[in-house]
Design a protein around this ligand. Sequence first.
Ligand code: SAH
Length: 221
Amino acid sequence: MTKISYHVARRKMVEEQLIARGIRDSRVIEAMEIVPRHEFVQEALAPQAHNDHPLNIGEHQTISQPYIVATMTEALALKGGEKVLELGTGSGYQTAILAMLADKVFSIERITSLSNKARQRLHRMGYQNVTLRTGDGSVGWPEEAPFDAILVTAASPGIPEALPEQLKEGGRLVIPIGSEEQQELFLVTKTAEGTQKKSLGGCRFVKLVGQYGFPEEKTGS
Ligand code: SAH
């Protein structure tokens, strides 16, 4: 595929998967039309990058389906001046979308090889407002808190307690909560009285592994 046809593939993705399904935030739509999603997957999978499903990025992890990326990002209601935390850098695609829509993005990934690849990619593409860290993001990033928005792109058994604590008042947290097989996406808003929770529908993510996520699987005997 040529560069031109990737441009066409992105336009088609935006129209058929996002706008047709009710994504309305014009900044989210624009960011997803601009960010070259095919550059965030292995070359062999690039022609499938705009299909309506998640894709393998190695290490048993996935880049989320475009509609899910748009839904989560829209729920954060970013205006441009925010400081945002992402848990689960993965390919760095969602990080790039956030970087286009907010002032500063901090993103944590537990798998070193994925984090390194995402760092190289984002650097090559010229994103200067992104800081990556390798480690367990389920404890948040206390040194950089508080955040205006926190996005968790892996399935969690509950709301990791550190996350609402690291949100500003009025701040938003988007997180898939449930079992390893099936979750519900929630928008959690921090208020003066505590937190408010709203469901954004069912979803399926790879799991958040860590202190406040799921336990790490034992390998070997
Ligand atoms: N936002 C990513 C989606 C990646 S899938 C993208 O656009 O490509 C979720 C990622 O969360 C995986 O890469 C997984 O390794 C990572 N992850 C799981 N548990 C984590 C934890 N406790 N801290 C940080 N990253 C974690």
